[in-house]
Design a binder for this molecule. Structure first.
Ligand SMILES: [Zn+2]
Length: 278
């Protein structure tokens, strides 16, 4: 009899290939996570659209081959992709920035990216991990600074440099409010995967082992942030897709002021296990 156990989980490189070669397999209808924040990514990697009264902000773009799905999601929500004013890139990996070039060209949006990952766009393109898929060059218009929040219309995004996963990984805390004026902080860790802080990976890619210490120090720095709604760049990290209800615009399933700290604590534990097994 055929093996009826559940499908083998795909590794990140396999997920990247799937998303680039068979985008329809990971296509996902958009949903809302906070009053003005919407998920417009696919089932593996996220893009977040923020509506402000002066235009749209897009956090991460997913891959080049996914561009049509991101635009389709934005249109399904009733917005026009041409209203994207700012593109905020969380870190220099292809699954997050692979569609920056076409979106920036189409919209004229300003591109923000961490300064420490700029080298991924130049001398160290190998660190983007494009696996040979299309990735247009683009210029960075602004770098992040922890003391320089990004404001568009009524929304402010506070960025926090959280190195580890990459040297420039940047976490974001979006100050949002609903129609009644109730405020929410929506928190997003800028890159939490442990695979790029493993000793073998750092050696192979000739990167400093200090990124491991940076990784865990960043988690401790972020742990005490007050977050009402925790979201993830890879939705599986927070079981997000299981929380989406029949009404995809209902963000209340994502409201949980205890989720952020629990998530960060869990990652600290996973990091310690990785170090112990090294
Ligand atoms: Zn990454």
């Amino acid at each position: 009899m055929a093996n009826t156990s559940k499908e083998r989980a795909l590794t990140p490189p396999e997920r990247l290939t799937q998303g680039c070669e068979r985008p329809w397999e990971v296509a996902l209808a958009p949903f809302r996570v906070a009053p003005n924040v919407y998920y417009v990514g696919n089932s593996w990697v996220g893009g977040y659209l923020i509506r402000t009264d002066e235009g749209l902000i897009l956090i991460d773009t997913t891959m080049h081959a996914q561009l049509y799905l991101v635009f389709e999601s934005i249109r399904q929500l009733g917005f026009d992709p041409r209203d994207i004013k700012l593109i905020l890139v969380s870190h220099g990996h292809y699954d997050h920035l692979g569609a920056v070039r076409p979106i920036a060209e189409y919209t004229g949006a300003k591109v923000y990216m961490p300064k420490e990952d700029e080298v991924f766009l130049t001398e160290r393109k190998d660190l983007l991990h494009t696996m040979g898929y299309a990735c247009g060059d683009f210029a960075i218009d602004e770098y992040y600074a922890d003391n320089k929040p990004i404001t568009l219309g009524h929304v402010t995004v506070h960025t926090v440099h959280s190195p580890g996963h990459t040297p420039g990984t940047t976490s974001m805390f979006i100050e949002d409010r609903d129609e009644d004026g109730k405020t929410y902080v929506c928190g997003l860790h800028g890159g939490i995967g442990l695979i790029t802080v493993m000793e073998d990976y750092l050696e192979e890619t000739e990167q400093p082992k200090s990124l491991q210490t940076d990784y865990v120090n960043s988690l401790y720095k972020l742990k005490s942030r007050k977050v009402d709604i925790a979201v993830a760049l890879h939705p599986a990290h927070l079981g997000m897709l299981e929380k989406v209800g029949a009404d995809r615009l209902d963000y209340t399933p994502f409201y949980d002021p205890s989720a952020w700290e629990a998530f960060i604590d869990d990652r600290i534990r996973m990091f310690e296990e990785m170090i112990a097994a090294q």
